[in-house]
Design a protein around this ligand. Structure first.
Ligand code: IRO
Length: 327
């Protein structure tokens, strides 16, 4: 009888005998069943793309950065896979905020929908956020301070005073969860200056990093740039960006007073996800790998992360989050 009960528990109820490794997490007050989700811009512009992301094994769905009006974006080719990553000069193509608000109102997946906002002026950002504040179905907003591809529009995140001015205006009326997406920084003083500003506001999260702006990839055979817009200059993502992304995640994790970090940049394997979390990320976005591999990347990355966690004896994300050791 005891043998029968044991055989039953081994076959039908294997869970208690296995070591559970959960990749659930939370970004501050926002619980996520999976620490992975898409980066804004990667396969998340249309309703069909967002529906597919809603069905994928991810913790959230994040939409393409929105402006008030529909934008066609820059002329093509404006995105290329390149050997160790990607280059893009998309130019903020999106369906306009009305589309994303309607999508949010009807969203019924068992995970939060995040909207991304990238107004071309401070006034446009305020208008967008006032609309979102009144809307239903939006889990959080990622305010994009770092689009590198709008000719004539510098990245707000490279101007500390302008960032402070924008956030002062935003938090004068906005009281729902809102985070910012930063460009990569390369100088220790710039980390300090931006962190000092961000610490003055009740941010729900800070996403590090957007693509590394204004790289140039050459098509040697044709002796041209690989992209058409902006003389070929575009944001670089993928493995090229990983060490910079990890440095930004880790520096802001240390400098920000408890504001959660969302890591983004160079995630190709479960080990890359692990590294982001070790550096301090609470959740990790996937951009270039999603573009190259499609939605299957999320199953693979989740499995690879869990297998590494098992190897290392970690049971949950919190066991190693921010625990980068010194040498
Ligand atoms: O060109 C784009 O649409 C774009 C945006 I808004 C961004 O935030 N980052 C990027 O690499 N491309």
């Amino acid at each position: 009888m005891r043998f029968v009960a044991l055989a039953f528990s081994l076959t039908l109820c294997p869970k208690p005998l296995m070591r559970p490794t959960a990749i659930e997490t939370e970004i501050g007050q926002i619980p996520l069943q999976n620490c992975l989700y898409n980066a804004s811009g990667a396969r998340c512009t249309t309703g069909e793309e967002l529906d597919s992301l809603a069905r994928a094994p991810t913790g959230a769905v994040l939409a393409k950065s929105a402006t008030i009006a529909y934008r066609k974006g820059n002329p093509k080719p404006r995105y290329r896979d390149i050997p160790f990553g990607s280059i893009n000069a998309m130019g903020l193509p999106n369906l306009g905020i009305d589309f994303y608000l309607d999508y949010a109102a009807a969203f019924s997946a068992e995970k939060p929908l995040f909207l991304s906002v990238a107004g071309l002026t401070t006034a446009e950002n305020h208008t967008l956020l006032k609309r979102i504040q009144k809307a239903a179905g939006v889990g959080a907003v990622e305010l994009n301070l770092s689009c590198p591809n709008i000719p004539g529009k510098p990245q707000t995140g490279y101007d500390v005073a302008q960032t402070e001015h924008l956030l002062q205006g935003v938090f004068a009326f906005y009281d729902k969860p809102l985070g910012v997406k930063l460009p990569p920084y390369f100088d220790r003083v710039h980390f300090d200056q931006m962190a000092a500003v961000l610490n003055r506001f009740p941010l729900a999260f800070v996403t590090c990093i957007n693509s590394m702006g204004n790289g140039l990839h050459i098509d040697v055979e044709r002796e041209t740039a690989s992209l058409k817009p902006k003389g070929g200059f575009g944001g670089i993502g993928g493995l090229y960006a990983k060490p910079t992304a990890l440095a930004n995640v880790n520096r802001f994790y240390k400098l920000l007073d408890g504001i959660p970090i969302v890591g983004c940049g160079g995630v190709q394997t479960g080990t890359d996800v692990f590294e982001h979390i070790l550096c301090g990320a609470s959740a990790v976005q996937v951009g270039t790998s999603l573009m190259k591999e499609g939605l299957a990347c999320f199953t693979r990355l989740g499995e690879e992360l869990q297998s590494l966690m098992r190897e290392k004896g970690y049971v949950r994300v919190a066991d190693f989050k921010g625990k980068l050791k010194s040498l």
